[in-house]
Design a protein around this ligand. Structure first.
Ligand SMILES: Cc1cc2nc3c(=O)[nH]c(=O)nc-3n(C[C@H](O)[C@H](O)[C@H](O)COP(=O)(O)OP(=O)(O)OC[C@H]3O[C@@H](n4cnc5c(N)ncnc54)[C@H](O)[C@@H]3O)c2cc1C
Length: 439
């Protein structure tokens, strides 16, 4: 069995959630993982796997046995021809990218950072941007999963298809994933074009921007009409790399987006009245640049400024109206918001609990510096998102419960039926899952 590594106080990346589990185990094989789940069952304890702890919501909070996935981080199989890659579930994305680089492969799409584990990323519906692309769970072709009774099962689209449909984006509610097989794509480069633009110009040209670019996103700076747009387009690896030099990388990703941004947020926390002016400054300092690099180096950046985040998936057509309402609400309610609002896009998919299930999606993420109060701002934003049937990111902050969520997901009841079948005793429940799925 995974050696118990004792008990330890745990907190998530943003410091919004804490846990004091009865014990923590760090299995190093699927067999050890299965034994740890069986032992928890015989001790009457609940089980919760924890990846990199990057969820802002309480989804990873362990009360009984905390399963640290750090010991399950090896490559199982790589088939460069088909692009199918199997890894242990605790592998962090940054390591996965190194493995894929070595085999001329890549993840089809990614979010902003690469610190998460693959199982954490798929379990909460982590996504990037791109009107023709989908989230991490879409790339999953097969899972090896430890169920509540300690059995180890495989599932795919053809083998236990209902379990697969639920567990590929399963909120950690159905079992502990031991291995994941991903459909990867040939390695590719991304050409990044980043530039400041007016919010109005972006909203007017939105249809073309999302259609003409593989991965389009933008940040809007509250209290201003400024945005920073990011157009990332895909090229073959034969396209020459024009990666930013070390100094330029440090200036934009190290200094401007982290060190200077932290300093500006600290000033804003001390003198809230300065926030609008600081945002105007940030909108200017986060300046235009162009570069070309291997895909994951463009998708992911370091993030050292600690913040709180709520993100909703909205029907794509609702986006312009929602952003204008958000802008009006921030001024009307006199919120002081020092972090930009991030807007991304995704194609519809058919994954049961995917936030993009059945509809072309726009994601709107609101953030607040960790020393600022986020609660009233997030509550006012949520009211706007709820009015258009928004679906909150499972790994980010929100206040919805199962009663509200059931109407926002066509296959919610099907998910609950699979949960009843494979985890009738709620071995994998925690307070967050009780709220969003019911007891
Ligand atoms: C700075 C920052 C940037 C982010 N950027 C993005 C982004 O661009 N796009 C986006 O969509 N999200 C983003 N997120 C959110 C993040 O991707 C998700 O919250 C993700 O789930 C975190 O992965 P993790 O490994 O930290 O998982 P954790 O937070 O540790 O766990 C998340 C869930 O996965 C479950 N889980 C973990 N391992 C297993 C397993 N082996 N079997 C079953 N269940 C398991 C846990 O029990 C829990 O329910 C960001 C978060 C931060 C802090």
């Amino acid at each position: 069995m995974g050696a118990a590594v004792g008990t330890s106080l745990w907190q998530n990346w943003s410091g919004t959630e804490h846990a004091d589990p009865a014990r923590t185990v760090r299995p190093a094989s699927a067999g050890e993982l299965a034994a740890a789940v069986a032992a928890a069952a015989s001790d009457g304890l609940r089980v919760k796997a924890v990846g990199a702890g990057h969820s802002f919501s309480g989804i990873a909070v362990a009360e009984g046995v905390q399963v640290d996935m750090g010991g399950l981080d090896q490559v199982v199989a790589v088939d460069p021809k088909s692009g199918l890659v199997t890894v242990e579930a605790g592998m962090p994305l940054w390591r996965l990218n190194e493995v894929l680089d070595a085999h001329g492969l890549a993840l089809e799409n990614m979010g902003d950072i690469d610190r998460q584990t693959i199982s954490g990323a798929i379990s909460t519906g982590t996504h990037g941007t791109g009107d023709r692309y989908r989230g991490f769970a879409w790339q999953v072709k097969e899972l090896r999963l430890v169920l509540a009774d300690g059995s180890i099962v495989h599932c795919t689209e053809f083998e236990r298809p209902e379990l697969f449909a639920a567990a590929r984006l399963g909120l950690g509610a159905l079992g502990v994933i031991a291995e994941v097989t991903l459909q990867c794509v040939p390695a590719f480069r991304l050409k990044a074009v980043e530039r400041p633009e007016r919010l109005e110009t972006v909203l007017d040209g939105l249809d073309d921007l999302v259609a003409e670019n593989d991965h389009f996103e933008f940040y809007w700076f509250p209290h201003t009409d400024r945005t920073l747009t990011k157009r990332n387009n895909r090229y073959a690896m034969s396209e020459p790399s024009r990666a930013p030099g070390r100094l330029s990388y440090w200036w934009s990703e190290g200094f401007t987006e982290n060190t200077l941004f932290e300093a500006s947020n600290r000033v804003g926390a001390r003198f809230p009245g300065m926030v609008p002016r600081l945002n105007r400054l940030a909108g200017r300092v986060w300046s235009a640049r162009e570069y070309t690099d291997v895909s994951h180096k463009v998708f992911a950046s370091p993030r050292s400024v600690v913040f709180r985040e709520m993100e909703y998936a909205l029907p794509r057509e609702a986006l312009p109206g929602v952003l204008l309402e958000l802008k009006a609400m921030v001024e009307r309610e006199r919120h002081l918001v020092s972090f930009p609002v991030e807007v991304r896009f995704a194609a519809a998919d058919d994954i049961w609990l995917s936030t993009a299930h059945g509809r072309r999606t726009a994601y709107v993420a609101v953030h607040q510096y960790h020393r600022h109060d986020h609660e009233t701002y997030f509550k006012d934003c949520a009211a706007i998102f709820d009015a258009v049937d928004g679906r909150p990111h499972w790994g980010k902050m929100h206040a919805l419960n199962a009663k509200k969520l059931v109407d926002r997901y066509e296959r919610f009841e099907d998910f609950l039926a699979v949960r009843d079948e494979v985890d009738p005793d709620r071995r994998f429940a925690n307070p967050y899952l009780e709220r969003v799925l019911g007891e």
